[in-house]
Write a new protein. Sequence first.
Length: 665
Amino acid sequence: MKLLNICFYVTGASSILSHHDDFEKKYQSTYKNIASFLYEHPESCFSLSLSGPLVSWINREHSEFTQLLSKIIGQKKTEFLGSGYYNPVFPLLFAPDRTGQIELMTSELRRAVGKRPRGMTISHSIWDNSLIPCFQSCGMEYVFLDNSLIPKESQSYLPLLVSEQGKNMSVLGVSREFIPNMLIAPREYLRNLFDTVNYLTKDDSYNAFTDERIVVVKIEENQFQKLYDSKWFSKLFLAAKEFFPESIKITLPTEYLHREQTRIPSYIPAGIRSDVAKWAKRPYEESPVQSIQPTIFDFLLTYPQNKALYDRMLYISLLINQSKGDKSRKKIAREKLWIAQTGEAYICDPDGVFANNAVRQLAYRNLTEAEKLVREAQNGDFKETVSSYDYNSDGFNEYICAMKQYNACISLKAAQITELDIMHNTGNYADSPRRIKQFDKIEDKYHRGLFVDHLFSTEEFAEYKKGNPVGNGIFSQIVFKQLSFDAHRHEIKLTGTGTFSPIQANVTLIKKYVANSNGFMIQYILKNESAFDFKGVLAVESNYAQTDFSSVKANSYKVETIANNEKAEIDAKDSPRQVKKVSYAQITDTSNDISFIYEPNELCDIACMPLIFRRPSSVSDMPTISGNAFMFSLCWNIELEAGKEIEKTINYSIIVPKKRAKKVK
């Protein structure tokens, strides 16, 4: 090797939670220094990769930045890299969304700096070979991928050539092992880099084709700021020019690729960069990456809440693609969909900080807004429907209730509602995790959705009211079967069987949902199939996801009841509470002013409490609070003779704020 090409690229990320003040703070501390550095150091040269919302904000609020960068781009000292506008996980998207996100980003960059990108980055190097035709059709000539995805036989510090359906694209491997270290002087850093690459490639067969190699180094925005403040970065370019003028060239990827024709034909299997992939096999635990690279779908199967958001996103994408109504509303709906496709809602950061509840709920909110727009685009032709198909690809049919006030998904697993999206532009109220013993010291054996049913002994119920997991999972851990389904009447009838453990009595539960515009009527018929009488407690549990993210323990839910003909408000924000002989209960999400009303046909007791969830954190050796949910249960004492059955009914209503009439001036 005679010449080592080095391509640095600086990244600037943003969250869908970011606001003007967040952008302004980062701009003043970091981004404006990027343009200043390139302008003040004629010998400098590196690429830029900024998120779409960040580019739009800078172009709107600090046009001087983009004007200066436009001039610097003309001098071929920097170039912008493309991506999806909201930094999505591309393999999860349908083709129109992949193309649309890339073209939106390309248009924004052309508007900002007057030049379109020729290369691109992808979120966490989440790769699939099927992306190649889409990327090429969008005008991309190359893509950056983390070296951990590239097969060892192809790691020769040369561009790779990957193909799919006759379409070709260049791939440049990103070397995390060469990230600058300020403890090492720039001159020594460059010498070590050259010697390392030269040693690793001295005997490979590609020396017959080229005397050059290339290394791509990613620099995060916080790393750039440290290198900038310490003058390390400026010294680096001076050292390259002064001490290595013939052996090291700091350049831009496009310039190098247009000059160097050598490519290594390769196939790169689907995968994720290794520092993210290590979290993909066991929930919230690091696992070594095996020879078979985990994919994004392995990650989603490990984290059910992220998978549920993915299922919802696909559903909305299909609705938009099939919509034939108002084109302007359809366009806005697709923009909402793209916001919800942000990668941070589906994947974790490499340091183990996982997609948080606030990001996921905001994604759900945008999907709900998109669905609402699709309904409005039908020019009054929206019809309430209840349909049955495998919504989440788990091998079982789910029931999708698209009603006026809400969209709900009912699963055969525990016959519970696993998703509840209110059309009043809110997130998914059934988006609650389960407790994990390793982090929460107790283990939940079932998914915490809405209308999860339990049959407890008296002793088990005493522990249940304290928030402890008890029982053998009667009805909460079984797969129900369909007895009947009437789409026209919006009626779903399911049945499940189990064994009441204290006396090993066989029991059957018939559960019927009848959906209406504002909620459900839910009927229970519990039958004792054994030859023994038994006593127990039937509990119907609903777990509401938190919508107040002002703090990790914030609780937005207020409970009001009518018990013994007296109305009372129950304070269950910090500890478990119980109320007896309840005829009416109302749970209000004070953050969104939405109420959920329970009207049982017979008096019942209620138990409610906040649930705290802990998960690993990058800032602590101990699990830290990652979020919470609100549990609410209706409970009946049961005395059931052999062969007999009882019936309970709950009318469940969703009350949203009424639109306020506009004041006429």
